[in-house]
Write a new protein. Sequence first.
Length: 418
Amino acid sequence: MMSCAQALSAGYYPPRWGSRTTRPRDRLSVGHASLKANRPLSVRRRIVTVSESGETEQLSVQWHNQQQVRYTDDNLDKLVRNASRATQHYVQVVSAAELRDGARVLDVGCGSGELVKALLSADIKDITAVDLSQKMVDIVQSKYPDPGPLGNEPGVRVVCGDGIDLPHFYGPFDTVFFCSSFEHMFSQRDALLKASLALRQGGKIIISHPENRSFVKSEFEKSPLSVPHELPDEGTLQALISDLPLRLLEAVDDETGYYMVLQVPELYWLKWGTRFLEGEVVTGFGRGSSKMGVPTANINPAEIMDGIEGLPKGVYFGWAKLEGESGSAHPMVMNLGERPTFADGDGITAEVHIMHDYNRDFHGERLRVVVLGYLRPELRFASMTELVDRIHADIGTSKSMLTNFMLQSYQDDDYFKY
């Protein structure tokens, strides 16, 4: 096990900055237009001209997916031939991925299975291969027998469907591959978000193409219905992940090909630096205990605005302690945002779920929080059940991360000595 001193020298501890120390560093300014523009041209008008409800969005995704299936099936022989000619590219991608023994991987847009072949050759045996086209799925299934109904048996599971909307029981994955498929996503930002949620901490997303970005751009310009996106350059990719729990590890973007590696940080370390927040516990909306069974303490947002500067809306974790409380700080999960699932008010809230039974009302008391990790951006859920399931998943992940000795070192930080 690595010592604390070794961890510090290796750079595992992020910079400590917040309301009481240094000011946040400048962040990349990302205009809303650049993210909104990251929609297929073929469906953008449909979204703008109708209600932006969840149902309309789903219909637009379905329409997009139908276009992709039509494109694949109409060009099946050509796509299979092209993939077979890029065998060396897939071998190089698998080698560069540095997959551990026993890794579980997801191949989004598996096509005829050339990446699956390269993975098996590298002794990776737990593979989920997904494609929208049943014809492509049939080709892969003809090559690799189904491993059986048990989800933990090694083998190649081939699924016809949307690779970024798989049921949770298929994961979590160590690596998600978008090989010659990222340019075909409905929304590249949403694809990265959902892939990050399907990964273990420390897991990677690999985006690759055997041709270069200029080639894909020419395909996009010729047929935006079939190829609805260009491949993002490094700056665009950084903008796409600006509010996601991802960091860019490697970027190869030249005439020889395209290869980008993203990673969910180890322990979900906060990539914007550890934050120290303090404020009065104020009255919230009363949903935490009564509707969701997850009581929360709302920190007065006016007192923490400097401390949360530069942080995206989303779900964080760390430690929390009330003023005057004895002992160590308690694990906590915090939602920072505007409650998109509920239309009941405007403005930022900081809702802290403290994993400790106080058996008393502490409204009006002072609460200190050390924010260490970032799990996901704020999401809109279709139902209360989906929201509660996600909250409990966030709590479970946070508890697990906070058992790590590096994160535990903050439990008795001097910041909690009132």
